[in-house]
Every structure is written in C-alpha cells, then in structure tokens.
Design a protein around this ligand. Structure first.
Ligand SMILES: Nc1ncnc2c1ncn2[C@@H]1O[C@H](COP(=O)(O)OP(=O)(O)O)[C@@H](O)[C@H]1O
Ligand SMILES: [Mg+2]
Length: 440
C-alpha cells in the first residue's frame, strides 16, 4: 500500500480535478487540479455542504453529487461555475457495509474555453454555434459512450456519431470538442440536410472572387477554413451529395483542397466529427454513400442509444429540464412522482428532444406548482397504465395528486372539502398521510 504522503502527492498531481463529498453532501476536499480549474480553494470548499454551494448565482450551477445521493448510482453531467467555467463531472458513490453512501468521488474534466475566437462568420447564416446546453446521464450505457468520447477527444481521430434523431449527437460533438486540445479554436457546424445542394460546396470549401454569379467580389472562406485549428462538425452527413463526398474525402486525407473557382490549394488543420441517423452501411450498399468515405469516417464509431433503451435516464433528465425551464421562466414547478413514473414508460420516439419539449410545454402551460398526470396533455400518454401497481395503488396515486392539486388551488382544508364533497376531517387526514409519506 502506498503511504499517505505519496497518496497525497498522487491526489494533487492527477490530470483531472477531484472533488470528494461525504454521504450527506458535505465537501471533504478537492485536489490542486480542481483548485486550478475552478478558481475555488480547498480551504473555502472543505466542510461546506453542497446544498449551500449549489444554485443560481452560487458556486456551482448544479451538482453531480446531489444527483448521486438522490439516485444512488453513478452520474455523468456537465455544469458551470459562478466563475464561468464549464466542467464535465463523473460522480461515483462509495457504499459502506450497510449499503449507505459513505463517500462520493467526483472526477472532473475542464470544458472551459479560454479564448474563444469568434467562430461564426456573420453572414454564414446557416453555420451556427452549438447551444450552451448541459449533458446529463446516469445510464451505464450512456456513461460508457461519454467515456469513450472523452478518450478519443484527446486524439485527433475522425469520429462518427450515430443514433436516432434527438439522442444527443450534437451535444456530444460539442462536448468532444470542448474536452479536446482544440477547444480554444473554433467549432464549426453544418447540417448537410438543411442547406440546398447547390450551396453546400461553397459553404464547406469557400469560393474565389467571380466563382459564380452573385458571389462576393472578394471571395469567401468556407467552413473548413474557418475551423482552422479547431473542429468541424458535419451533421446528417448522409445528405452530402456524392460529388462532394469525394472532395471531402480528399480534404480529410490531404488536409488541403481548392475553394470553388480557386486555383490555389488551401491548407487546413481541423478535426472532423460527423453524425448521422441513417444506416450508412445500408446506403453504401445501395450506392448512395461512398464506401471509401465511410471507412475514413468510421475510424471511431460512437453509437448513442435511444432514450427508450436507457429509461433510467428519464427521471434525471426530467429533473434537469425542470430546473432549466424553472430558471428560464422564473417558476417553481415540479413534476409529480406518478407523472414521472408514467413518463418513464412512454416510447419517446423523438428521444431527449421530445422529452425536453414535453417538460418545457408542461411548465409553461400547467397552472399551479405541481404538474400532475391530470393536468398535462401529452399525446400517447393516456394509453399507458403503469404495470405492477394494481388498481388500488393507481387509484391511491390519483387521489394523492387530486388532493395536492386541490391544496395548491384552494389552500384551506375547508374549501377543499367543499369542492371535493368530503368532510374537512377526512381532507386533513388524507393530506397528513400524503405528506407524511412524501417526506420520508
Ligand atoms: N444527455 C443529455 N443531457 C441533457 N440534455 C440532452 C442530453 N442529450 C440530448 N440533450 C438535449 O436534447 C436535445 C437534442 O439533442 P441533440 O444533441 O440535438 O440530438 P441529435 O443531434 O442526436 O438530434 C438538445 O436540446 C440537447 O441539449
Ligand atoms: Mg443534431
């Protein structure tokens, strides 16, 4: 066993930040790397509860540890600090013999961009910065995906992200860029299906003066040039026309290409991430996608599982989006437990994008602070009856929601009793039981 002094030396010389918390959410300590990353010192954090450190205008925007305590399982998530730094945190619970969480060890990657050069050419309307959204997951499969992404982020390999629409490909592409050595250079994104075929070539490769009618008289750099030193993210790569697929292949292999109408080779340095929700192997066999480009892109394939194959993420994501939209709309709404249980069982064909929309819509349109099964309109949800509960338990759940909603709306037991046509004593008794249960 290494002695204590050596262990401390290792702790402070890790490449990652480390943040150790006890089973009550109290900070035990952080290492030197974390101090450097965050700008916060061990002295100011140690002994302080995360419940006091987390929140709007506080030290941290959120906490993996608090989620670990709540879900009793590992969590991977990105967060920012009040000093405008951005982190990817992997929180891992350590259990004692009694099965209680004794410690949580958080390993932290710095996603902060130090000097972000303006990545968007003002008139390149279609290329856009990926949004500043946070990634969060507690599913084993998705955490393995993020681990793989972090490992290859450090290399310069081309990455191919696959998965249904809405599973988080764009978000992961951004996370990869941010955790790579290229993070202080631009990230340029283009969605190949959103741009008319006739424009893709000049958007990607740029053009020289007089290349075509209507072209800028000075010529213009394309996305690949604008990404110099950084990352190019080509979304929906299957929609790239065949003749441009070979030009792209050349640009990836030789790191040089001609602008449209140009005669001078442009040398570029970029890392390519491509994404698709199509089966490229199938498209190759149909002759609709170049086989050589496919192999060149498929160096590191990363496949993101659909939400219905990682339902354990759903409660965490609902909580995450509820917090996000409560902040945005200055509200304090909460999804009821039984509504969350219903949502976990939905098919989610639109994956996380659909879930996020449902949460935002529910927050905007539901009166009162508790969002319940009765109040929300979610297409497809009526048909699902939770399995394994039985009629009695389902009815009890509904009764609970009705009472909480009534309390929200009518405040006093007297008015609730009048509205529901039961005695005031029984309203009081039922509410007492409900609250006694939910507080435990
Ligand atoms: N793991 C995640 N945690 C939080 N938000 C996520 C996660 N994955 C996806 N999202 C959000 O869901 C939406 C869809 O994700 P996106 O990356 O655009 O999917 P795709 O590119 O695969 O269609 C985005 O708003 C994104 O921020
Ligand atoms: Mg996308």
């Amino acid at each position: 066993m290494m002695d204590k002094q050596l262990l401390e030396l290792v702790f402070d010389n890790l490449y990652n930040g480390i943040y150790v918390v006890d089973g009550h959410g109290v900070t035990i300590g952080v290492n030197k790397t974390f101090e450097e990353m965050s700008g916060f010192t061990n002295a100011e954090l140690a002994g302080r509860s995360l419940y006091d450190l987390v929140g709007k205008d506080n030290y941290f925007s959120g906490s993996a540890s608090l989620l670990v305590l709540e879900r009793k399982r590992p969590v991977t998530a990105t967060y920012s600090t009040s000093t405008n730094r951005k982190f990817l945190v992997k929180g891992r619970p350590i259990f004692n013999a009694a099965g209680e969480i004794e410690y949580i060890i958080n390993t932290i990657w710095d996603l902060t961009v130090v000097q972000y050069s303006q990545p968007i050419d003002a008139d390149t309307a279609r290329s856009q910065l990926l949004s500043e959204d946070d990634l969060i997951t507690c599913s084993e499969r998705m955490m393995a995906v993020v681990d793989l992404a972090l490992r290859v982020a450090a290399t310069d390999s081309t990455i191919l992200l696959t998965g249904e629409s809405g599973v988080g490909k764009s978000l992961l592409a951004k996370t990869i860029h941010r955790s790579s050595e290229r993070k202080n250079h631009p990230l340029q994104q283009i969605n190949c299906s959103a741009i008319p075929e006739s424009l893709i070539e000049s958007e990607l490769f740029g053009y020289e003066a007089g290349a075509f009618t209507g072209a800028d008289s000075k010529g213009k750099a394309g996305l690949l040039e604008m990404a110099e030193g950084g990352t190019v993210f080509l979304d929906e790569i299957s929609e790239l026309p065949l003749h441009l697929q070979s030009k792209l292949l050349g640009a990836i292999q030789e790191k040089e290409f001609y602008r449209v109408g140009g005669r001078q080779l442009q040398r570029v340095d970029f890392r390519l991430i491509a994404a698709t929700n199509k089966d490229l192997v199938q498209l190759v066999s149909e002759g609709k996608f170049r086989e050589d480009l496919f192999y060149r892109l498929n160096v590191v394939p990363i496949s993101l599982p659909p939400l219905r194959e990682r339902r354990e993420d759903i409660p965490t994501l609902i909580q995450h989006f509820t917090d996000k939209y409560n902040r945005k709309y200055n509200s304090y709404k909460k999804f009821s437990e039984s509504l969350v249980n219903h949502l976990v069982n939905m098919p989610w064909k639109g994956n996380i994008r659909e879930l996020e929309n449902v949460v935002e819509r529910s927050i905007v349109t539901t009166p009162g602070n508790s969002i319940t099964w009765e109040k929300v309109q979610i297409p497809g949800m009526e048909k699902i009856i939770p399995s394994g509960l039985g009629l009695k338990a389902i009815l009890a759940e509904h009764e609970k929601e009705i009472l909480l909603q009534a309390e929200d709306q009518y405040k006093t037991t007297r008015r609730i009793a009048a509205i529901l046509g039961i005695s005031q004593a029984s309203v009081a008794r039922k509410l007492k039981i409900i609250k006694g249960n939910s507080a435990s």
